[in-house]
Write a protein that binds this ligand. Structure first.
Ligand code: ATP
Ligand code: MG
Length: 325
């Protein structure tokens, strides 16, 4: 039996990149009866970039509703908010003391973020250690993530290994990343990695008129309507090819190459495709966003299950470190 674990930060509403890069592949894996899935909302992580508590609460609900909208079976699996299981922060501290400083200093995602964000805090720097705690608390072996997380997963393994050497036994399970090579890093409106914290994302749950407006904002070059266009160098086409049917993607490719087809046409086709492909998830998402008590009940139920497992691991770790009798 494989234990799968993945988390999404509550630093914004979940976007197309999170959905295609993490949520959908993770739910597919969770459908295998051989697998047990642990999906959590990384609300502690979101504090690195988001300080407003009211917004965080809203985003937590949106992320929970997104998992459910894409068919996550919370009864069979474990689904919780990171902050409600305090063992995450406890293990985080212990693991901090097993993490070499240069390992964190070389993290590319820290470098990327610290160049783009104005608030470069210590939490952002030690983020991979909390992530290691999230994974190692639950003895997870498979971690489905986007390519951006590959290096962090290597760090989790390395940190677990250092702890196990001290313990003299394999107390922490070494995780394996599962990166679907077909899923690239989904580009945002501006062509950079689509990210909540870069505000360049497409929220597929927006009301129709707003979703249309956002789709129109996708960056394109200045080629005129009649000119042929390069589909391989265009964000709208790239996004369309990730969500539309193969035959429709081919049609759009030909339209680009032939010319007489403008970026406005492509964006309209992408918008319509979003509405069609995500009709059912949009309906379920709105249901849970309106029925927040039901959503809260689901999370509380998951938290009890998560806590039980986390406490078992932390008990072993405390013992090794001499923090328990
Ligand atoms: P933040 O900007 O706060 O880091 P984010 O948008 O990068 O937010 P995360 O919560 O960090 O989202 O990531 C959740 C999951 O979604 C991870 O598995 C990550 O690999 C995946 N993911 C995030 N952005 C993308 C993207 N643009 N393309 C593919 N996968 C992505
Ligand atoms: Mg991220």
């Amino acid at each position: 039996m494989a234990r799968i674990l993945t988390g999404i930060q509550s630093s914004g509403r979940p976007h197309l990149g999170n959905i295609l890069g993490a949520i959908k592949p993770a739910i597919e894996l969770s459908k295998n009866p051989q697998n047990e899935s642990f999906f959590f909302i990384a609300d502690l992580h979101s504090l690195t970039t988001l300080k407003n508590g009211v917004e965080r609460g809203e985003y937590v609900r949106a992320i929970a509703a997104t998992w459910l909208a894409f068919g996550f079976d919370y009864k069979k699996n474990v689904f919780w908010r990171q902050s409600r299981v305090q063992e995450h922060t406890e293990l985080n501290w212990y693991l901090n003391c097993f993490t070499p400083f240069p390992m964190l200093a070389n993290a590319t995602s820290f470098k990327d973020k610290s160049e783009k964000l104005s608030d470069v805090n210590a939490g952002l720097f030690t983020y991979p250690v909390l992530q290691a705690a999230d994974i190692l608390l639950y003895n997870a072996n498979i971690i489905p993530v986007g390519k951006d997380q590959k290096q962090h997963l290597e760090m989790s393994k390395d940190i677990a290994n250092r702890f196990n050497i001290l313990a003299g036994e394999d107390i922490l399970v070494l995780p394996e990343p599962k990166i679907d090579e077909r899923i690239m890093t989904i580009p945002g409106l501006d062509g950079q990695k689509m990210s909540k914290s870069y505000h360049n994302y497409i929220d597929i749950f927006l009301p129709e008129n707003e979703l249309k407006k956002v789709t129109k904002k996708i960056l394109s070059d200045s080629k005129q309507l009649e000119e042929p266009k390069d589909p391989n160098n265009d964000i709208t086409f790239q996004l369309y090819s990730l969500v539309a049917k193969e035959s429709d993607v081919e049609t759009m490719r030909q339209n680009y190459l032939n010319g007489g087809y403008g970026y406005g046409h492509a964006k309209q086709a992408l918008f319509e495709c979003f509405l069609e492909v995500f009709a059912e998830p949009r309906r379920i998402f709105n249901y849970y966003m309106e029925n927040t008590e039901e959503l809260e009940g689901i999370l509380v139920e998951g938290e009890a299950k998560a806590r039980e497992i986390a406490q078992e691991t932390i008990g072993k770790v405390r013992k090794v470190l001499g923090f328990s009798s």
